[in-house]
Design a protein around this ligand. Structure first.
Ligand code: DAK
Length: 260
């Protein structure tokens, strides 16, 4: 029987996906990635879910990277499958029209940090350490790390981290703009739930379009990005949520968004 390495829990509008392979510091092997992709699809398809928390079990790591033991003798064709599985899993996060936050409590290294970088926001505990140490293994980040990190924090700071393989603490990661907030360990999940709870109360289709507009638009020239935003904006004018949000304001009541 296949072991369960990823759990999915739903509490109201918030789904928590936990990578649960603490013996290997939640390292990503093909089974873990396959189960993670399935959990992300479940969150995407569930209409009640308006936000997702991605975290790691065991209290020591978010994810310590791709699984080195499973890669050491991996033939190139399996490597390609692994790459496609990893890249498509991260793409699921970026394309999901719902916010996904990474709750980091411990190590987020290599593929683990790359996974977090595909999320919409990152919150981390003070003891967390993150970095892209792939060069210390003679490889390089391959789940989008060079691209997403450079876009997020700028080329030269990204180069410093990627070329050295250094691990930085949560406060430094916040100063670099990788982490949004450093949150005490016993408050981490509550903090993520509070942020997602506030987002769950606003128009879900609008949030999805904001995410798409930022993700797609930021990689384009400003004119093209503004065109992406314009089309997204116009699409919201045909939603029931737009009608409800505006009517609720005028009627001085709380909006009841259906996500339609
Ligand atoms: N893979 C496999 N096992 C790992 C692991 C990993 N990434 N990280 C930790 N473990 C295992 C350790 O081997 C150890 O197992 P046992 O010896 O107990 O069986 C257990 O987890 C506990 O780890 P340690 O004993 O080492 O714990 P420490 O507290 O002493 O050290 C550490 C914690 C996080 C500093 C250390 O474990 C460490 O340096 N881990 C490796 C971190 C790392 O280098 N991560 C990057 C991996 S490379 C691809 C795209 C992307 C990628 C790959 C392919 N394609 C496009 C194909 C991504 C690559 C990576 O992420």
């Amino acid at each position: 029987m296949t072991e369960t390495y990823v759990t999915f829990q739903k509490e109201g509008a918030i789904a928590t996906i936990t990578i649960d392979r603490p013996k290997a510091l939640n390292a990503l092997n093909p089974e873990v990635l396959g189960q993670l992709a399935a959990a992300l699809r479940q969150a995407r398809e569930d209409r009640e879910v308006r936000g997702v928390i991605l975290t790691g079990a065991g209290g020591k790591a978010f994810v310590a990277g791709a699984d080195i033991a499973s890669m050491v003798d991996m033939p190139p064709e399996r490597g390609l499958e692994f790459a496609e599985l990893g890249l498509s899993t991260l793409q699921l996060i970026e394309d999901m029209p719902k916010p996904v936050v990474a709750a980091i409590n411990g190590f987020a290294l290599g593929g683990g940090l790359e996974l977090a970088l595909a999320c919409d926001m990152i919150y981390a505990t003070p003891k967390s350490r993150m970095g892209l140490p792939e060069v210390t293994l003679g490889i390089m980040p391959g789940f989008g790390g060079t691209q997403r990190l450079a876009r997020l924090i700028g080329r030269n700071r990204a180069k410093e981290l990627v070329f050295t393989g250094d691990k930085v603490d949560a406060a430094t990661a916040k100063a670099y703009g990788i982490v949004q907030e450093v949150v005490e360990e016993d408050q981490l999940m509550a903090h993520c739930k509070a942020v997602l709870g506030r987002i769950a109360a606003v128009g879900p289709v609008a949030v999805g379009q904001c995410k798409r507009s930022i993700n797609k638009g930021c990689d384009l020239a400003l004119d093209a990005g503004l065109a992406v935003e314009k089309m997204a904006f116009m699409s919201l004018f045909s939603t029931a949520d737009k009608k409800e949000g505006m009517k609720a304001f005028l009627e001085k009541r709380k909006a009841d968004f259906k996500g339609e």
